[in-house]
Design a protein around this ligand. Structure first.
Ligand SMILES: Cc1cc2nc3c(=O)[nH]c(=O)nc-3n(C[C@H](O)[C@H](O)[C@H](O)COP(=O)(O)O)c2cc1C
Length: 221
């Protein structure tokens, strides 16, 4: 991509198709090892921010939310139950693009988390059981021991060659419903192109929001 592919002069009313196009391009072009990696920022019960990378496993561009999976008891899980709001950032260096999302957090329906969990490799499934994510660990050996113990338990209770590993109750998806989105394109001489769209979310049920129309503005770089 060259630097001339700025945002359309007249901003689209709805930014989600363009975000979807960028996300699809980043994944298809295989430009970096984890094009679906995004920085997830949360705020804890004391109002302190923290950030880490997670993988964006779904982008539902029709309504406008992204999904990531994690341990609900982790540090981020605790922060998200104290403050169910988050911000995410994608940076596709080779595409000269950045996307910022801000919005509301809800847990994914269990059936969706089950479906994704069952698609994971067995080692990852066992890891989700064995790892008390974000808790202190005395050594790598302690984790290896926990993992071996969990595996042995599942094997003992199964007649199949490869035991079925159910999803742990403490592990699943979060939906980040997009309330604000900024699309950014790198420009020559740091004259970048930025635009931000906002909408209002109104809670419809446990997992979904009703969304107003978008309002947009181009921003100084
Ligand atoms: C490329 C990459 C992808 C990651 N994907 C995930 C993920 O999808 N879910 C997750 O819980 N942690 C993921 N991690 C690990 C997190 O960055 C983090 O270490 C972990 O979730 C614990 O964060 P917390 O203590 O703030 O809860 C990933 C890390 C990297 C570098």
């Amino acid at each position: 991509m060259n630097h001339n592919e700025f945002l359309p002069e007249s901003l689209p009313h709805n930014p989600l198709p363009l975000f979807n196009e960028w996300f699809t391009q980043a994944r298809k072009r295989n430009i970096q090892p984890n094009p679906d990696a995004m920085t997830l920022a949360t705020v804890d019960a004391d109002g302190r921010p923290s950030a880490r990378i997670v993988l964006c496993k779904h982008l539902v561009s029709e309504t406008g939310y992204v999904v990531f999976f994690t341990n609900y008891n982790s540090r981020k899980g605790a922060a998200l139950s104290a403050h169910p709001y988050a911000a995410c950032v994608f940076h596709w260096d080779h595409l000269h693009r950045q996307v910022r999302l801000e919005g509301r957090i809800v847990q994914s329906p269990s059936a969706e988390s089950d479906t994704y969990f069952s698609s994971r490799a067995q080692d990852s499934q066992l890891g989700a059981w064995a790892s008390q994510q974000s808790q202190p660990l005395s050594s790598r050996q302690q984790l290896a021991t926990q993992l071996a113990k969990i595996k042995a338990e599942f094997v003992k209770h199964s007649t199949a060659a490869a035991p079925h590993i159910p999803r742990p109750p403490h592990w699943g998806g979060f939906r980040l419903w997009i309330e604000h989105i900024e699309l950014w394109v790198e420009g020559p001489g740091r004259v970048h192109d930025r635009a931000r769209w906002s909408r209002t979310l109104t809670e419809r049920d446990t997992f979904n929001f009703d969304c107003s129309d978008w309002r947009s503005s181009r921003l100084n770089p």
